[in-house]
Design a protein around this ligand. Structure first.
Ligand code: PRP
Length: 180
């Protein structure tokens, strides 16, 4: 039913599975002995984080943080609102933020700086999608699933008006859907 609103599949279920295996392996190698704290930024991170952590073979902990961004504004930090804060301390921890997409870079720039300010030993980002053409604030995620062009994408955690997060792949939404 949802498929009728999708113009084109950009990252298939199979490709996402392969990305999670590749990134999970790399993270497992890089974080040996570091017991990382993996922090997912709600809500978009959910499917990606769930699949990624199954491919990380390390002692690690997971945490969730509610963050929502308001991209209409001028300054960066005031655009990003924390709607649910962490339950655990990040002090002296090696933090890995799990995200569905890095677009303008504002969210990750603000949250990375905040967690370092709170005393994290290191903060890196793993994202399923990177849209470099959308950048307003310079930000380079360490682990990237795949680079995508500047298109309106939904699925696998990404929404339009809170819908489509449950699609098992990432697709371009038909323009007629958001122009209604
Ligand atoms: C999306 C996404 C990132 C952020 C990236 O979240 O999950 O957190 O936008 O965009 P940026 O690089 O332009 O800051 P959103 O605020 O839409 O909330 P959601 O995860 O609940 O969909």
């Amino acid at each position: 039913m949802l498929e009728k609103d999708i113009e084109k599949i950009l990252v298939s279920e199979k490709q996402i599975e392969e990305i999670c295996v590749r990134l999970g392996k790399q993270i497992t190698e890089d974080y040996q002995g570091k017991d990382p704290l993996i922090i997912g930024l709600l809500k978009g991170c959910m499917p990606f984080m769930a699949q990624l952590i199954k491919n990380i073979d390390l002692y690690c902990e997971i945490e969730l943080m509610g963050v929502s961004s308001y991209h209409g504004g001028i300054s960066s930090s005031s655009d990003v609102k924390i709607t649910k804060d962490l339950d655990a301390s990040v002090s002296h921890r090696h933090v890995l933020i799990a995200e569905d997409i890095v677009d303008t870079g504002k969210t990750l720039d603000v949250i990375t700086k905040l967690l370092l300010h709170r005393g994290a030993a290191s903060v890196e980002v793993v994202t399923l999608l990177d849209k470099p053409e959308g950048r307003i604030v310079p930000f380079t995620p360490k682990y990237v699933g795949t680079v995508i062009p500047k298109a309106f994408v939904v699925g696998y955690g990404l929404d339009y008006d809170e819908r489509y997060r449950n699609l098992p792949y990432v697709g371009i939404l038909k323009a007629e859907v958001y122009k209604k």
